[in-house]
Each structure stands twice: as structure tokens, then as C-alpha cells.
Design a protein around this ligand. Structure first.
Ligand code: CA
Length: 212
């Protein structure tokens, strides 16, 4: 469903509930639950990939230590080619059209051509449309973050992907390390019906409510 930039004048009552996003993304998320399962890649100090689907297990491992303050273990994704097959993915439950979501992760490059990328996909399968991404090739732990306002059709899901950076010549086993991955809902914008017919039906219903 689309989110129109302007709202027709016949429905001014819809404007009053527009969410104001004056705050820095992230500050709104304090206390918001992490919708990603196992974003630290461990349970009680034991490494694990619970919740994650592996694209190519030969390129995926768990290594110690993790990012500072994020437990004992981190995810390692080795690079292979372009596009890379060293990635994991997870479907996120419970999101709605209009939700403003933030995906974050700590990322660290290994090797001269290493690095990591975080990506959001929307669609009816994990091969959906890529909406937002960020990457880093820094060899120190770096926080990556992307924010997206969801446009979901019926049957759509949101998929998170953590991926090695693609390289043409993967000399020296370049890789990306990941830890402390999270997905939170920062807020929600009201979703306006996409068609005039649906808009008119909503307007007529509200007017009838006043007249009753
Ligand atoms: Ca960890």
C-alpha cells in the first residue's frame, strides 16, 4: 500500500494523527523490543545460529570473541564472489504497513578486502525487493544502521539479511564479523487508502458517524 505525500483536502481529519519524527532515530527505540531472534549469535555463552537461515553454510561460522560487551561469540561470513553467498537471513514477524523500523548491527572487517553489509528486503519470499542497506569495511567494530518506513502488500514479510561484501578476487579469506544485531519499531505512520474509492468509503463512514 502506498503512502501518498499529500493528503486530499476532503479528509483533513486524517492529517491530525501524522507522526512527528523530530527525534534522532534510535532515541525513540529505547525500550523497544528487539524483533530479531538471536542477534548476538549465542545463548548462555554457547555459540549458535538459532533463528537464522544460512545461504551457504561453507562460508558461515561462529567465532570468539564477540563485539565488546556483546558476549563471547560473533557471526563470521566469508566472502566468495559477486553477488556473495556468504549471508544469513531471518524473517521478521509482527510488522505492519506504515511501521518505521530500524535495523542495526555491529560489523567488523577481516582481511584487506573484507567487510559486512546489513540489508532489508520486503516481499512474499526471502528473494523480495531490497529496500535499504548499509555496509562497512572498517577493521574496527562499527555500528551500522538503516531506517525504513514499510510499504507492505498482502502477504508481504520483512526479511533481514547480514552479508559478507562481494569481492572479485577473495584473496586471504576476506570476511565480515557481525554481532548485536537488532530490529526495532521506531513508530508508525498512518496508512491512507490507496484508491479514491477506499478513501471515499472511509470519509463517508466518518461523516455518518458524526451524523449518527
Ligand atoms: Ca555475541
Amino acid at each position: 500500500m502506498k503512502h501518498p505525500i499529500s493528503i486530499p483536502s476532503i479528509a483533513p481529519f486524517l492529517v491530525t494523527s501524522v507522526l512527528l519524527l523530530g527525534e534522532v532515530p534510535g532515541t525513540l527505540a529505547q525500550g523497544a523490543p528487539n524483533l530479531l531472534v538471536n542477534g548476538s549469535f549465542e545463548t548462555a555463552g554457547e555459540p549458535g545460529l538459532a533463528g537464522w537461515l544460512q545461504a551457504n553454510p561453507d562460508l558461515i561460522s561462529l567465532v570468539s570473541p564477540g563485539a565488546p560487551g556483546e558476549g563471547d561469540w560473533a557471526l563470521r561470513l566469508n566472502a566468495d564472489w559477486i553477488p556473495p553467498t556468504g549471508f544469513v537471513t531471518q524473517r521478521i514477524e509482527g510488522l505492519r504497513d506504515g511501521d518505521i523500523i530500524e535495523l542495526r548491527a555491529e560489523v567488523k572487517a577481516v582481511g584487506q578486502y573484507g567487510g559486512g553489509q546489513i540489508l532489508l528486503f520486503v516481499g512474499d519470499s526471502l528473494r523480495g525487493k531490497q529496500t535499504k542497506s548499509a555496509w562497512s569495511s572498517s577493521d574496527t567494530w562499527t555500528t551500522l544502521s538503516v531506517v525504513d518506513t514499510l510499504e507492505l502488500a498482502d502477504g508481504d514479510s520483512v526479511w533481514v539479511r547480514l552479508s559478507a561484501l562481494g569481492v572479485e578476487v577473495p584473496v586471504g579469506e576476506p570476511a565480515g564479523l557481525f554481532d548485536s544485531a537488532s530490529l526495532t519499531v521506531l513508530g508508525t505512520v498512518p496508512v491512507v487508502p490507496a484508491t479514491w474509492g477506499a478513501l471515499k468509503a472511509r470519509y463517508t463512514g466518518v461523516r455518518r458517524g458524526f451524523e449518527d
